[in-house]
Write a protein of this length. Structure first.
Lengths: 122, 287
């Protein structure tokens, strides 16, 4: 798990996304335990309150759940929830950025589509 | 759990006013960064909190008790000073034992454990330690003190990159295990910004800012691009600094980024990006 301290995205959001990525990759399995606030804070060298905020965000969304006195676990259905959420932001995060950059460097839309086609087959 | 209240503190040295009417409340169990340029009187403030010097005016209260000549209030604080006050012929292990006398909760096992991790030779005398190992010894004592308030003045002075990294990790680990109020005064802002919960910026003897790091960073951004377009963008906005390179201009804006700003930036073909704490610090304390 890596965070980008120079990014303009707040650290707790980056942490939440990194945990989601690990769930998608199967590093954390559904019903399995994830790292604790302290473990995350120490290994990423961030304030424990920031680490807690990132984890709590995922608890609020139902992706993680707390077992009192034991720790944090991945909810059943978490993978599906994350996939759904990521699809919703895909347009804004990738498609819009792609089109912005293409327009900045004068690549016509047809050429962008052709590039996507090329990427798909290779 | 200790709260520090600094009320209307002034400190005058002859005709110079080092601290000018400082009011500050430090909540328990947070990690504060005390930032300021050289000569901003950060250490003066820390010396006042720990009753090493006396205020010209105002008072400092810890958990309801004035710190002035108050051993009970002062015993709650461990102060890692930049200057070494340990007798130079003292051995490291003796310095540990000595600390245990003053701080009953001092964790000797933890101190020994850290010494091994950092490669600190406990049989060496204080005067034989390099600058780096001098800092390491003091930092280990501070971490192991288990005081409810721990103040670090330039804790990583002379430490190599590996040891600095280890120190920050140990700081977070010991804070997680035993929450306490931590104040760190440092110039190495970039390295520590993620560890801090709140920053206090001091300039010309005044507190110019006290804010959670995350809030601060979310309330500032940089806009850059063609100079004339940047000027149009920042019209009426609160800006702290800018740099120009030919027809290129980048300006730091101290406002929350609104969706209307994003739209305007896109229209004017400008780039928006976040600001790092260190850059913001430089902008705020320049001049």
């Amino acid at each position: 798990m890596r965070l980008n301290f120079a990014s303009d995205k707040p650290i707790y959001l980056q942490l939440a996304e990194a945990i989601e990525d690990d769930i998608l990759k199967g590093i954390f399995e559904e019903n399995g335990q994830v790292a604790s606030t302290t473990e995350l804070a120490v290994s990423l060298r961030i304030n424990p309150a920031t680490a807690g905020k990132g984890l709590n965000l995922l608890v609020d969304e139902g992706i993680l759940f707390k077992k009192r006195g034991v720790g944090m676990f991945v909810a059943v259905g978490a993978r599906e929830m994350i996939l759904q959420k990521r699809k919703e932001t895909f347009y804004q995060d990738y498609v819009m950025k792609l089109l912005d950059e293409a327009s900045k460097i004068n690549i016509p839309i047809e050429e962008v589509i052709a590039m996507i086609e090329r990427g798909r087959v290779s | 759990m200790s709260t520090i209240e600094i009320k209307g503190i002034c400190k005058r040295y002859g005709s110079t006013l080092a601290l000018d009417n400082v009011d500050l409340t430090l909540e328990p169990n947070r990690i504060y960064g005390l930032l300021g340029r050289n000569g901003a009187d950060k250490t003066t403030l820390l010396n006042l909190i720990t009753n090493k010097i006396f205020p010209t005016q105002g008072e400092i209260v810890i958990d309801g008790a004035n710190v002035l000549e108050n051993d009970q209030a002062l015993s709650k604080i461990f102060y890692m000073m930049e200057a070494s006050l340990y007798p130079s012929s003292l051995r490291v292990k003796e310095a540990f034992r000595w600390s245990k006398e003053f701080y009953p909760d001092f964790d000797m096992n933890y101190a020994l454990n850290l010494s091994e991790k950092f490669g600190l030779n406990m049989n060496k005398r204080v005067k034989e330690l390099s600058t780096g190992y001098g800092s390491i010894m003091k930092a280990i004592i501070a971490l192991a003190s288990n005081a409810s308030i721990v103040i670090f003045d330039e804790p990583v002075l002379g430490l190599d990159a590996n040891h600095r990294e280890m120190f920050y990790r140990e700081l977070v680990a010991s804070y997680s295990l035993r929450p306490k109020t931590i104040i760190i005064s440092t110039h190495l802002i970039e390295e520590i910004s993620e560890v801090l919960e709140e920053v206090i910026i001091i300039k010309d003897g005044r507190i110019i800012l006290k804010q959670p790091v995350e809030d601060l960073l979310s309330q500032a951004y940089t806009v850059s691009g063609e100079a004339a377009q940047v000027e149009r963008f920042i019209e009426g906005k609160r800006c702290v600094s800018g740099e120009t390179l030919g027809k290129f201009r980048a300006v730091t804006v101290m406002e929350c980024l609104q969706n209307t700003d994003r739209a305007l930036a896109r229209e004017l073909e400008l780039d928006l990006s976040g600001v790092e704490l260190q850059k913001l610090f430089i902008s705020l304390t320049n001049s």
